[in-house]
Write a protein that binds this ligand. Structure first.
Ligand code: ZN
Ligand code: ZN
Length: 223
């Protein structure tokens, strides 16, 4: 038998990590362990002291778990950016993250977040040389999405920027817009060149995404 803050090992009944255990309770002479997979295990006739040790260990595990920092890298970013932009927050983002092919189909990071990252990157790349991580092609893992945003912000991705860039242009753009004919505009996502739409501002107004009230049309109207 082994009862630690990490695991519960009571052969031949159970041997598992606390994280697989939902809750504990006793009933008559039974200790009932509810597992997260909704199974439960009953262990009869354990000495009272052992049961106490088991409950204490479980409580410690839960307390420690709640103390540990959040695992979601985005929530960390939010905090560090709200408390002021600094170089170390960029470093911490990039060093905390690695290209992960398992996450290549991740949903897009909210544009607001990418925008913040790009803005901070821009501010600091003027003053110090920072290592911009290199995104992998065709990967949408959080690391690669962020690296793309950072690269665009520092102008590494020159094809996205005009020769003569104004201060306004250097601010992160959600859509690249090019005039493509009479009242016809090509709208491209600077973070994903495969995502492009044609917007027609004639009569009737339309966008190849199929909507008449989409952000592509709105962004063309703003320019
Ligand atoms: Zn990646
Ligand atoms: Zn559209």
């Amino acid at each position: 038998m082994k009862i630690t803050e990490k695991l519960l090992h009571i052969p031949p009944y159970i041997s598992t990590a606390w994280e697989n255990i939902e809750s504990l309770h006793t009933k008559d002479n039974l200790l009932i362990i509810n597992l997260k997979n909704t199974k439960s295990i009953e262990i009869p006739n354990l000495p009272k002291q052992i049961i106490e040790t088991i409950f204490n260990s479980h409580a410690k595990f839960i307390e420690n778990k709640n103390d540990s920092p959040p695992l979601n890298p985005f929530s960390n970013m939010g905090l560090s950016m709200n408390s002021g932009s600094n170089l170390s927050s960029i470093d911490s983002i990039t060093s905390a993250m690695k290209h992960n092919p398992d996450q290549k189909d991740m949903p897009d990071i909210p544009k607001e977040v990418l925008k913040k990252i790009a803005t901070i990157t821009k501010i600091f790349s003027d003053e110090a040389s920072i290592d911009i991580p290199k995104p992998e092609a065709n990967c949408n893992c959080p690391y690669c999405q962020i690296s793309k945003a950072m690269q665009i912000a520092t102008g590494v991705n020159i094809e996205n920027l005009d020769e003569d860039v104004s201060e306004e242009d250097l601010k992160f753009r959600l859509w690249d817009i090019k005039e493509h004919g009479d009242k016809l505009y090509l709208v491209t996502n600077p973070l994903d060149h495969n995502e492009k739409y044609s917007v027609f501002l004639g009569d009737p107004i339309g966008c190849t995404c199929g909507s008449k009230n989409c952000e592509h049309i709105k962004s063309v109207l703003k320019t």
